[in-house]
Ligand binder design. Structure first.
Ligand code: AN0
Ligand code: CP
Length: 318
C-alpha cells in the first residue's frame, strides 16, 4: 500500500523538494492531473494550516476535496480488534476506513497520540489501521509520532533560504502549558538527519526524543551552547518521551528571545504554529525580521502539492 508518513516513504527527498519549489513557481502546471479524483481529509483533532494548505494543494491539482471532522461529526470509533462493542464506541475503524476508501482516491488523516500509553502511540495504531483497511494511498496529516508534511515544508524553507551548503540547524525545546506530542520534533529530526546539515537538538533534562529519531544529531542540555553560530533555530515544545506524556518542569528560561538570537548567526527562527506567544517564542521574534513562520506556513501548500502529485503519479516508494 502506498503511504506518506515518514521520510523513509520518499525515494528521493531532494527531488521531492525540487518538485515542491517548481510547483511554487507554477502552481497550476498539473491542474489536469487530479481531475475526477477525490481527496478525503479526515481530522480526529483540530487543524488550521494542515486542513487549508492540503485542501488548496489538492485544488491546484484539480482534485475534489471532502473534509470530515471525525472527532466532532463522525461516529465514535473503535480501534481495538476482537472486542465486543457494547460500550460507547459505535463504529469500528475497519468499516469506517473501508467505507472512506470507497469514496476517495487518496485519504489524509490526522490522529494525535493519547500520550498515556507510549507503546500504543508509537505503534501508530490508528494511522496503520487506516492504511490497512482503506485500500487507497494514505497521507499523514500528523500521526502519533510524526508530522511529515510539516517537516517537508520546513526542509523546503531551509533549502530556499540557506546561504551555506551545510547550515547549522538547531531544534530547541520551548515551554508550554499543555502536554504536547513529540511528533513535530521527531519528524523534524528525522528529515534534518536525512538532509545532512549540522543538526543539533537542545532540551532540558528528561526530554530526550526516542533514539530512532535523534539519529546522529548532536544533543545538549545547554541551550546557549546549541545556539552558538546557528543559521536556523526551530522552536517547539514536546512532552517527555521517557516519563511519557508528562511536563517535567515549567521550562523557565527556555523561551527563545532576541537576547538569545545574539548567540546565533542571525538565525532564521522557525515554528510550525500554532505558537503560544510570550511562552514558547517572544513577541519581538515573531514580529521581527528573523521570523520564518509565515514562510513555513506558505510552504505547507507546496509540500502537500508535491506529495499529492506523488500519490497521483504512483511514485511513492513504499
Ligand atoms: C500540535 C503538536 O504539537 O503536535 C500540533 C502542531 C502542528 N500542537 C498543539 O497541539 C498546540
Ligand atoms: N502546523 C500545523 O500543522 O498546523 P495545524 O495544526 O493548524 O494544521
Amino acid at each position: 500500500m502506498k503511504l506518506f508518513s515518514s521520510v523513509k516513504d520518499v525515494t528521493d527527498v531532494n527531488q521531492l523538494v525540487s518538485e515542491a519549489i517548481k510547483l511554487k513557481a507554477n502552481p497550476f502546471a498539473d491542474e489536469q492531473l487530479g481531475k475526477h479524483k477525490t481527496l478525503g481529509l479526515i481530522f480526529l483533532n483540530p487543524s488550521l494550516r494542515t486542513r487549508l494548505s492540503t485542501q488548496k494543494a489538492a485544488m491546484n491539482l484539480g482534485m475534489q476535496v471532502m473534509v470530515m471532522n471525525m472527532d466532532k461529526e463522525g461516529w465514535a470509533l473503535e480501534t481495538q480488534d476482537g472486542i465486543i462493542m457494547n460500550g460507547t464506541t459505535v463504529e469500528h475503524i475497519r468499516e469506517a476506513a473501508g467505507v472512506m476508501g470507497e469514496y476517495c482516491d487518496i485519504i489524509g488523516i490526522r490522529s494525535f497520540p493519547g500520550l498515556k500509553d507510549r507503546d500504543e502511540d508509537y505503534s501508530e495504531l490508528i494511522f496503520n489501521k487506516f492504511v490497512q483497511f482503506c485500500g487507497v494511498p494514505v497521507v499523514s496529516l500528523e500521526s502519533a509520532t510524526r508530522h511529515p508534511l510539516q517537516s517537508l515544508a520546513d526542509l523546503i524553507t531551509i533549502e530556499e533560504l540557506k546561504t551555506t551548503a551545510k547550515p547549522r540547524v538547531v531544534l530547541t525545546w520551548a515551554p508550554h502549558v499543555k502536554p504536547l506530542p513529540q511528533a513535530v520534533a521527531n519528524s523534524f529530526a528525522e528529515w534534518m538527519n536525512k538532509a545532512d546539515y549540522d543538526f543539533v537538538i537542545t532540551h532540558p533534562q528528561g526530554y530526550d526524543l526516542a533514539p530512532e529519531f535523534v539519529g546522529n544529531a548532536m544533543v545538549t542540555n545547554n541551550q546557549d551552547e546549541a545556539l552558538a553560530g546557528a543559521d536556523f533555530v526551530y522552536v517547539k515544545n514536546w512532552s517527555s518521551y521517557q516519563d511519557y506524556g508528562k511536563i517535567l518542569s515549567d521550562g523557565d528560561g527556555w523561551m527563545m528571545t532576541n537576547e538569545k538570537l545574539k548567540l546565533t548567526n542571525n538565525a532564521g527562527v522557525m515554528h510550525c504554529l500554532p505558537v503560544r506567544r510570550g511562552l514558547e517564542l517572544s513577541h519581538e521574534i515573531l514580529d521581527g525580521p528573523n521570523s520564518l513562520v509565515l514562510n513555513q506556513a506558505n510552504n505547507r501548500v507546496w509540500a502537500a502539492q508535491a506529495v499529492l502529485k506523488m500519490c497521483l503519479t504512483h511514485t511513492l516508494s513504499s
